[in-house]
Design a protein around this ligand. Structure first.
Ligand code: AMP
Length: 505
């Protein structure tokens, strides 16, 4: 039985030592290279007397170095917390206050920036660490043996509504459970190549990183700038024979919207197109499916708090542009409960409720924040005999006639307008199915009681409402349309709703 993820790296380095593990701007590293460097990092951490089950911050630009640091920290029996180097100082300060880390791994180039934030603790400079081979890593191996599967592997920070970041704390066991499901379900092997889009401080990257470490597949870190140049992006996939991608829908839409498939044919190269993180409009997915009909497409759904994803739908039938793509069914070893306002279990199709999750995938809570933990991770209302936590996602969903789960919107995007209960997500789904619209976002202006639709492409408000009228009831039509050259994206690559809210004031 695997009790911690470093056992996967031991195993792949043993079996595929000379094979490419990670490819970034600086070149390629083999599994043996990354294991030895990770041993070196773990050895230093132990030598510095950090102890165990302590947070170690990684402050490095996106590269193989980040992932190797993660593994070094895990080997040393500690847990990692990546901090985005472009994050505003004030937010980094808040994260450091919560974590109280004793150590940060960084580079010569970035160490000054980190000190300026006011960090006075220990630093390990990545470039200074020498690789250590297995036979010289006795202390590391001793530490590794003592890891148990309920120990934390990482803490990822998500934004909190109060402006205080929340550190989602995930154990080795949750990642092992999830990645075993992913690799089994999609048949991932050492012959596969992943094209990584997700930043390593965003939980979508868990799938890429740990599929690579578990199976011996290779991980190509796609340079960020390519995500605004679709033809170059597809050429990169072709040149590097990438067969699997797991991106946020906004990245996939950028490709289909600009019809990059006309210039680069990926037939026979790309095998799996997986996505998660926000709604994937069928109109855009249909373009992907038209040009690459033989790929497996899968819609994964889940928040950071349940280890990346908890439901999935492998696309198995045709959808019209205006239909919603299901988020599907629960992953193995996970139960999804749709609860109504009175905590009653919804079993019948059509009735909306909050998606709640039960299972090994649940985070242990928010680091150093018992209050927020208690709010989101609550006693299962259907179990009174013993303590059992469920996670309340705040997402409103329903079953369709096939008992697949359909995502409707966030709880906070459910509004009351002219007496009607409206899911803003439903308006977005209708608008994104129109030919003239590639990306859109719907917000509610509470001060003016208006539904506001942000659009990238120009279609007059009159035409828009005329077409929308055929898809949604009159009371759901946007009262205001704001045209915007390009919808802003947040650091994770999803549409940035917080930035769009600024237009309402
Ligand atoms: P994050 O914790 O940043 O991964 O964000 C999680 C939230 O993104 C979920 O609670 C949903 O609101 C949204 N989300 C994730 N996956 C999907 C999906 N496949 N379809 C629609 N919304 C999604």
């Amino acid at each position: 039985m695997v009790t911690n993820v470093t056992e996967w790296l031991d195993d792949t380095a043993q079996r595929f030592g000379g094979k490419i593990a990670i490819c970034d701007k600086e070149g390629a590293m083999t599994f043996a290279d990354i294991r030895d460097k990770a041993f070196g990092i773990a050895d230093e951490i132990i030598r510095m007397g950090i102890g165990h089950n302590r947070p170690v911050v990684v402050f490095l630009e996106k590269s193989a170095k980040v992932l190797i640091s993660f593994m070094g920290i895990a080997y040393s029996r500690n847990f990692y917390s990546p901090v985005d180097i472009d994050m505003p100082d004030a937010r980094i300060e808040k994260i450091l206050e919560i974590l109280e880390p004793e150590l940060v791994i960084t580079s010569y180039a970035l160490s000054g920036q980190f000190r300026q934030i006011g960090y006075t603790g220990k630093m390990l400079i990545y470039e200074d660490v020498k690789p250590v081979s297995g036979n010289k890593a006795e202390k590391v191996k001793l530490a590794q043996k003592q890891i148990i599967d309920t120990d934390l592997l990482y803490v990822l920070f998500t934004s909190g509504s109060t402006g205080i970041p929340k550190g989602v704390s995930i154990t080795h066991r949750s990642v092992i459970d999830y990645v075993e499901w992913v690799t089994g379900t999609f048949g991932i092997t050492e012959n596969d190549r992943f094209g990584n889009q997700a930043p390593f401080y965003f939980d979508n990257s868990i799938l890429d990183i740990y599929c690579m470490l578990k199976t011996g597949a290779s991980l190509y870190i796609i340079p960020k700038e390519m995500f605004s140049q679709p033809v170059m992006l597809l050429e990169y996939l072709k040149k590097n024979k990438i067969d699997t991608i797991f991106w946020v829908p906004s990245a996939l839409i950028m490709v289909s919207r600009l019809k990059a498939f006309r210039d680069v044919d990926l037939t026979g190269v790309l095998k799996r197109v997986l996505f998660c993180g926000e709604v994937m409009p069928n109109k855009q997915l249909n373009i992907w499916r038209k040009y690459l009909p033989d790929c497996v497409y899968a819609n994964l759904y889940g928040p950071t708090e349940i280890t990346d994803a908890c439901t999935y739908y492998i696309v198995d039938r045709e959808f019209s542009d205006e239909e919603s793509l299901p988020i599907g069914i629960p992953m193995k070893n996970t139960e999804i409960m749709i609860l109504d306002e009175n905590n009653g279990l919804i079993r019948e199709p059509g009735r909306a409720g909050e998606l709640c999750v039960r299972g090994t995938s649940l985070a242990v809570g928010y680091y150093n924040n018992p209050e927020k933990t208690r709010e989101a991770f609550v006693q299962n209302p259907l179990q009174r005999a013993y303590e059992e936590k469920i996670y309340r996602t705040g997402d409103i969903v329903k079953y369709n006639e096939r008992y697949e789960i359909i995502y409707l919107s966030r709880k906070d995007f459910q509004i009351k307008h002219l007496g009607h209960r409206i899911e803003l997500g439903e308006i977005e789904t209708a608008a994104s199915s129109l030919d003239e619209v590639s990306m859109c976002c719907c917000l509610y202006d509470e001060k003016k009681n208006k539904i506001v639709l942000f659009l990238e492409k120009n279609i007059s408000k009159e035409d828009l409402n005329l077409k929308l009228k055929e898809l949604i009831p009159e009371y759901m039509l946007p009262g205001k349309v704001i045209y915007i050259e390009e919808l802003p994206l947040n650091a994770n690559g999803k549409v940035d709703r917080i930035k769009l809210k600024e237009y309402l004031s």
